[in-house]
Design a binder for this molecule. Structure first.
Ligand SMILES: [Zn+2]
Ligand SMILES: [Zn+2]
Length: 149
């Protein structure tokens, strides 16, 4: 993971001020579970800065995205954010029942991409590829409710 010092240095090098709000939002993303929605980040930020509005959170996240400190992930209809992991790039599997996102190591899609390329001479862009489905927890729940009926 991009550690705190590296992130702060990136910001400073780009001349972006390290305001307390910006530091807080980055810390929330770093400590929280990956893939947080704007509302979730906002709710957490408000415990420290009760008057911070969601527009500020949005703007900060977008600024961080522009400089590649934060990655934006579409999970269902909603956008989620996580700190960019320079050496831990991953894709996402998203559960359509509970909305949770799980990380998928890049090898899976690299292999898939190579096969597509071999068979069709087509170079797929899988960078923002998200696989939708049902997570094991939700699958379990469905099985149990089936057996009751
Ligand atoms: Zn699920
Ligand atoms: Zn992720």
């Amino acid at each position: 993971m991009n550690d705190r010092r590296t992130v702060f240095k990136t910001l400073r090098d780009l001349g972006i001020r390290l305001t307390p709000q910006r530091i807080l939002i980055l810390d929330i993303l770093r400590k929280g579970n990956a893939h947080m929605g704007v509302e979730e980040v906002h709710a957490k930020a408000r415990t420290r800065f009760p008057y911070i509005d969601i527009a500020t959170v949005y703007r900060t996240l977008h600024l961080m995205k522009k400089i590649d400190v934060v990655t934006e992930v579409a999970i269902g209809e909603r956008l989620h954010f996580e700190l960019t992991h320079p050496d831990r790039k991953h894709h996402h599997m998203v559960c359509t029942c509970c909305g949770k996102a799980f990380n998928l190591a890049p090898e899976y899609l690299e292999r898939f991409g190579e096969q597509i390329h071999r068979d069709f001479s087509f170079e797929p862009d899988v960078r923002n590829f998200t696989i939708k489905g049902k997570c094991s927890l939700c699958a379990d729940k469905f099985e149990k409710s089936d057996s009751i009926l």
